[in-house]
Each structure stands twice: as C-alpha cells, then as structure tokens.
Design a protein around this ligand. Structure first.
Ligand code: GDP
Ligand code: IMO
Ligand code: MG
Length: 424
C-alpha cells in the first residue's frame, strides 16, 4: 500500500487538522512527521472543538493507529496536558498512540533558549511560538539532543548534561530565568510518557505497509515556513514539505502516493516575515473577523491577505502536489469581488516565480474576479455551488495546473464537499 501526505501550502493554519480528521476513515494509520507543539490543529464535530498540538488528528476516528514520528519534537509536559484532556473527554489514547523513540525531547531550557534568542534578535525576531522548537532542532542537528528513547535508560545523567550545556549558553547571554516549577512538572511528565508505547516507528510503519495497511501523513506548519524553501529566516526549523514525511517517518520516497496540498481561499500568516499579498486595510480586517483568524495556540492575530498563486505554484512544485484542498471558502461569501495574485512586480520587472528574496520591493499583480455573494455554509454537494464560485475554482485550477478535490465551507467536519471528476 502507498502512503499519502497531507500538508500546508501557505504559512500554516490552512485547516490541516480538520481535513486529516475527515480523511482518516479511509486509512489505517495517521502519522505526524515533523514540527511539535508549535502546531495547533483544530477539529470540530458534534458541537465540540478540539485543538491538537502534538497528537495526530486521526485520534478521534475509531481505533486507528496514530504515530508521532521521529521527525517530531515532543515536549512531555505539553503532551501530558493534551493527552490527559483527551482522555478526560472520553478519547482513550494509550493503546492507539505510538511514539517514536527517535523523536527529540523539548526541554524546559529549550523554551528559555527560544525566548533568549528572540530577545537577542530585537526587531528582527522571528516571532516564534516560544515552544523551544528552534533550539531543540538545533541540538538534534548538532548531535546534542535528547531523544524519547533516552528516557528508558540512565535518563537523569543525560538530562543533567544537556541542561548544563544550555545553562552555559544562557549565562554567556546574561539571560535571566527561573525554571524551578516548570522543570519539576516536566520531570513528572517524563514518567507519564513512559506509560505510552515507545516504538521504533520506522519498523512499525514499514511493517504495516507490507501488511497492506494504508498511511496518511499529517504535516504541520506550511511550505512557506519550511527551513529550506520558506521565507528564510522567518521560518520554522523543520522540513515541512513532502520530503519531510520520508525523513520524519523512515518511509522510502517510492512509497509516497497522493500529495494533498491544502490552502485557504485567501492567505494568512502569524509571526514576523514577508507576506506580499498582506492587506493592511478594512478588507484585511474583515477577512480576519469573518475567518476568526487568531492563533489556535498563541491567540495571536493572524495577518490576512489575498491568495498568492505565485507562492502556491512554488509550493505545489517543491511538494509534488497531486490534489488541492481549498479551505475557508465561506469566509469570502459576502465579498463583491475577490482578488488573486498572479505575478509579482519586483523593482519594475514582472516575475511569475517565487524569488529568492521577497522581503522588499515585491508588489503583487492581481486579477479581480466576481464574488458569489451566497451563503455556502449549509451546502452539501458541489451541484449547489454558485456559478461565480465555480468560476473562481476553475480559475485557480487552471492557474495552478492541479485539481481541487475538496472544498471546505465551514469549520465542522460535516462542512466538507468533495468534487468528483470522470476518473473518480
Ligand atoms: P491547521 O493548523 O492547519 O490545522 O489550522 P488551524 O486549526 O490552526 O486553523 C484553521 C481554523 O479555521 C480553525 O479554527 C478551524 O476550525 C477553522 N476552519 C477550518 N476549515 C474552515 C472552513 O472551511 N471555514 C471556516 N470558516 N473555518 C474553518
Ligand atoms: P500549524 O501546524 C502558523 C510560525 C511562527 C513563527 C515561525 C517560527 O498550526 O499550521 P517556531 O515556533 O516554529 O520556531 O516559529 O513559524 N509557526 C506557525 N504559524 N501555524 C503553525 O503551525 C506554526 N508553527 C510555527 O508563528 O512565525
Ligand atoms: Mg494551526
């Protein structure tokens, strides 16, 4: 069986959690391959809302196996809070959630380092989620990290050595902090983590594939936050692109089947960094209000703008996207006209590719399309779509040269419409 990958094509928060939940019944396994509690994946069904940070979004559908892969960075304390809340709401996890022994641990001092590095950057700060993501991946790559498997043997000594190294760095930065309480809770959470299935997830996944099982990989963040291909240095510290599923789970590239690229009908970004189609006017504010564009984890205001087809084409290219999924179409229901950026004006020159540097002097060139002025939130089939909405979808498909297979018209699991073609 093949592995399908679902990932974000913009700056995160595209609606990955909702769609993974919707697609899970078609798969045997759901696996997270990168990122950590910087993610906030929202799901809504039966009048309940859940926000997942480290636990895969397949956890609510039946008894599917959910895996936290080696490419993920895990904070035991945040994980404990998330897992206990789910168990308390009637969603038992311990039998269904498997955690890679090779996933790296986010320590309390990683969080402090995250804050210290941001403070040192001043105005140039990345606007991180403050969860210690960058410092944890830095330790991984510099071969100083602590892994989940380390908690099974001689953990105290390994933890003390890593902490001492962090303390040295923080001392050299003259950064003041107090982690006494946090550390106590964190060490208790390590004991909680020991109660889970800690596995060699690469063996498990490949074994399941050999046995004919199917896997859905759930991305976190988005392509424009990828450490290699995103708007560097305003990015996260992992490979959010499709290739990250191979390195973050131990899956050969030849096993990858469909690549689902997910985007909003417009665009948002949270944190610092360039955003060519950002709107600073009333329209931007309207999109934020209608789309409730506030961070699922930090509550920060998300910056809003029109859809950027130059950036999306780039994202489709680096991921090998086979199917598109468009979210939050309903947010544009009331607009008279809708804009889509089809090229950039870079210092007087029209470019239709995503340039090396989008920090300055990049002006979007827009095409304007008529709005549909229809409430789509109760629709259940593509047959009900208004003509202008179909025209918008067709325009995007032609520009992006990729079919849009799923359209989301509201946050609830049920507000999801599949589009069918003759091959389906
Ligand atoms: P993720 O990080 O990609 O999983 O996305 P987030 O959960 O951070 O942000 C997406 C937000 O949009 C959440 O609040 C969802 O409940 C909400 N949402 C998802 N799809 C739709 C949709 O089609 N319409 C509307 N109005 N909201 C949606
Ligand atoms: P989901 O999975 C949106 C952004 C942060 C910051 C940058 C680096 O919910 O889509 P980090 O803490 O990773 O070092 O921050 O990346 N960021 C996200 N933005 N959605 C996310 O995740 C994000 N995870 C990180 O705001 O700009
Ligand atoms: Mg999110």
């Amino acid at each position: 069986m093949k592995v399908d990958v679902l990932l974000g094509l913009q700056w995160g928060d595209e609606g990955k959690g909702k769609v993974v939940d919707v697609l899970t019944p078609r798969y045997d396994v759901v696996a997270r391959f990168q990122g950590g509690p910087n993610a906030g994946h929202t799901l809504e069904f039966e009048g309940q809302k859940y926000v997942l940070r480290s636990i895969p979004s397949g956890i609510f559908q039946g008894d599917k196996v959910n895996i936290i892969g080696n490419g993920v960075v895990l904070d035991p304390l945040l994980f404990k809070g998330e897992a206990e809340a789910l168990e308390a709401s009637g969603h038992p996890l311990k039998e269904r959630l498997h955690i890679s022994k090779k996933a790296h641990l986010i320590m309390p001092t990683h969080r402090v380092l995250d804050a210290a590095y941001e403070a040192a950057k001043g105005d140039a700060k990345v606007g991180t989620t403050g969860k210690g993501i960058g410092p944890t991946y830095t330790d991984k790559v510099s071969r100083n990290g602590l892994r989940v498997g380390d908690i099974l043997c001689n953990f105290e000594a390994k933890y003390a050595a890593a902490k001492a190294r962090h303390e040295q760095i923080l001392k050299s930065m003259n950064y003041e902090y107090d982690i006494t309480e946090l550390e106590k809770e964190w060490l208790e959470a390590i004991n909680y983590l020991r109660e889970f299935h800690l596995v060699d997830s690469e063996h498990e996944i490949n074994g399941l594939l050999r046995a004919g099982k199917s896997v859905l990989c759930e991305g976190a963040q988005g392509t424009l936050l990828d450490v290699d291909f995103g708007s560097y240095p305003f990015v996260t510290s992992s490979n959010t692109i499709c290739a990250g599923a191979c390195t973050g789970l131990g899956i050969g590239p030849n096993k990858i089947g469909n690549v689902y690229g997910i985007m909003k009908a417009y665009c948002t970004r949270v944190g610092s960094g360039p955003f060519p189609t950002e709107l600073f006017d009333e329209t931007g504010k309207t999109i934020r209000d209608l789309g409730h564009e506030y961070g699922a984890v930090t509550g920060r205001e998300r910056r809003c703008g029109w859809i950027d087809l130059v950036a999306l084409k780039y994202a489709i290219m680096v991921n090998g996207v086979t199917h598109l999924i468009m979210m939050k179409s309903d947010v544009l229901d009331g607009f008279d006209t809708i804009k889509a950026c089809v090229a950039y004006n870079v210092k007087g020159e029209e470019v239709d590719y995503f340039p090396y540097d989008i920090t300055e002097g990049v002006e979007p060139i827009y095409v304007e399309l008529p709005g549909w002025k229809t409430d789509m939130t109760q629709m259940t089939s593509e047959d009900e779509f208004p003509e202008e909405f179909n025209a918008y979808v067709t325009f995007l498909e032609e520009q992006l040269e990729t079919p849009i297979k799923i359209i989301s018209v509201g946050p609830d699991r049920a507000q999801t419409i599949e589009r069918y073609t003759e091959e389906d």
